[in-house]
Design a protein around this ligand. Structure first.
Ligand code: SF4
Length: 446
């Protein structure tokens, strides 16, 4: 049985560059299984590819949009005229979406939104939410690829190139599909989440017919409307990060920040060429906690970076004591083929690196354990990941609180877990600490 395939009308005006944009959009539409129609009346919607070069071209484009609106009524406008702020919208306020030229992904996002291709299990190789490697109830949402920084210990930019952000409409549509497929927690990932949209000059995209800027704060705000847990990873401490903390305080996104600080002394941070290295991270952390006392801060550090003196290292330990971070990973510096840091002078001997790593972990273990101890007696909402049994065959749920990201943080072992299933949210009373994990129970409805 064949399902109804949406038909898309297409009108293309303008120069060869506009023609080539049209070809890419038409190719993508066909590749996704849409039919192309040459009748306004029989199309589910119409894409008008415009020109805005001279006055007569503007007029011709506005007329073409008007004709498509009259004869069909569902119109997506793309091309050069779309880049002229407000021109299309003021002449034709009811168009579905407007994009500039060279905007294949944004046009496709608008098409998907307004005329979704029905999923056909007989012919589609993948479900609408894509193929996932994670359990049914949580998913990673990648918002960009590559990185504009050049940290001296890292070779990612040479492998993956500069930052390329995904259009916000696509990202939000993917998030919506995940929620529709039963996902209860989305983990936002990238190489540098704070930089989302920099490469696009934070341009406006569309989601559910409304404009949304390609920016971390607006992305977080929009994701919060999905009503599930939203967790942000790889956030560099730029000043605009302060704007997402109130969303955490209001319970709109999880009060959890994964901020890879890597070191604490300005000299080493500079030698690492770290983004936001001149920020006063201690006062930022203090300010975040004032706005959202519940916030969990996770970070990673490198001990024994080339040039790190004993004094630098002690400053790093002092930073740990002052910052009181909740979750911390640390690595002894090791050379990566092709990284600039390999050529830095004053490489630290292996045994000193190892000794510093263990001193670092000793300090942080004490801090993290004390923070976990303080949770005993509190009520925590947890998300059940899986079920297991203890040595007496009692059913135990392995769950995570708002403070625990999958794979990298601890878990909450929930006693008396009969009847629970993965993906359930429940409230538990925290009874004990077990290493990096907590023990809680009995579960009550969240
Ligand atoms: S470590 Fe630095 S260069 Fe490497 S991906 Fe992260 S921010 Fe970019």
């Amino acid at each position: 049985m064949k399902t109804n395939i949406p038909k898309i009308g297409f009108v293309s005006l303008g120069c060869p560059k506009a023609g080539s944009d049209a070809e890419r959009i038409l190719t993508q539409l066909r590749a996704e299984g849409y039919e192309i129609s040459n009748s306004y009346e029989q199309s589910d919607l119409v894409v008008v590819n415009t020109c805005g070069f001279i006055d007569s071209a503007v007029e011709e484009s506005l007329e073409a949009i008007g004709e498509a609106m009259d004869k069909n009524g569902k119109v997506i406008v793309t091309g050069c005229l779309g880049a002229k702020k407000g021109v299309v919208e003021s002449a034709h306020p009811n168009v579905l979406a407007v994009t500039g030229p060279h905007a294949l992904e944004e046009v496709m996002a608008a098409v998907h939104k307004n005329s979704p291709k029905p999923h056909d299990p007989y012919t589609d190789l993948v479900p609408p939410q894509g193929v996932r490697l994670t359990p049914q109830h949580y998913a990673y949402l990648k918002i960009s690829e590559g990185c504009n920084h050049r940290c001296s210990f890292c070779i990612i930019p040479s492998m993956r190139g500069n930052l390329v952000s995904r259009p916000i409409g696509d990202v939000l549509n993917e998030a919506e599909n995940l929620v529709n497929a039963g996902v209860s927690e989305i983990l936002v990932i990238s190489q540098d989440t704070s930089a989302y949209g920099v490469d696009m000059k934070f341009r406006k995209g569309f989601w559910n017919g409304r404009p949304v800027r390609t920016h971390m704060t607006e992305l977080s705000q929009a994701l919060s409307e999905l009503g599930i847990w939203i967790r942000l990873h790889y956030v560099y401490p730029y000043p605009h990060v302060d704007d997402v903390i109130p969303l955490m305080a209001e319970g709109l996104i999880l009060p959890y920040l994964d901020v890879p600080f890597q070191h604490a002394t300005p000299r080493i941070l500079k030698s690492m060429k770290r983004p936001a290295s001149s920020e006063n991270n201690l006062s930022r952390i203090k300010a975040w906690r004032e706005i959202c006392p519940e916030i969990t801060i996770r970070s990673t550090f490198i001990a024994g970076f080339p040039g790190e003196t004993e004094d630098d290292f002690k400053e790093l330990l002092d930073f740990l004591e002052d910052a009181q971070l909740d979750r911390v990973g640390c690595f002894a510096y090791s050379a990566v083929d092709g990284a600039k840091a390999n050529d830095l002078p004053d490489q630290v001997p292996e045994e000193i690196k190892k000794e510093r790593l263990s001193r670092f972990m000793e300090v942080q273990e004490r801090i993290s354990s004390a923070k976990l101890e303080r949770k005993i007696g509190t009520m925590q909402t947890v998300l059940v990941d899986e079920l297991t049994t203890d040595s007496n065959d009692n059913i135990i749920a392995i769950a995570r609180s708002k403070a625990d990201a999958p794979e990298i943080d601890g878990v909450v072992y929930v006693q008396d877990a009969e009847g629970l299933t993965p993906g359930d949210f429940v409230d538990v009373n925290i009874l004990d600490v077990n290493g990096h994990d907590l023990v809680g129970g009995p579960p009550t409805a969240a």
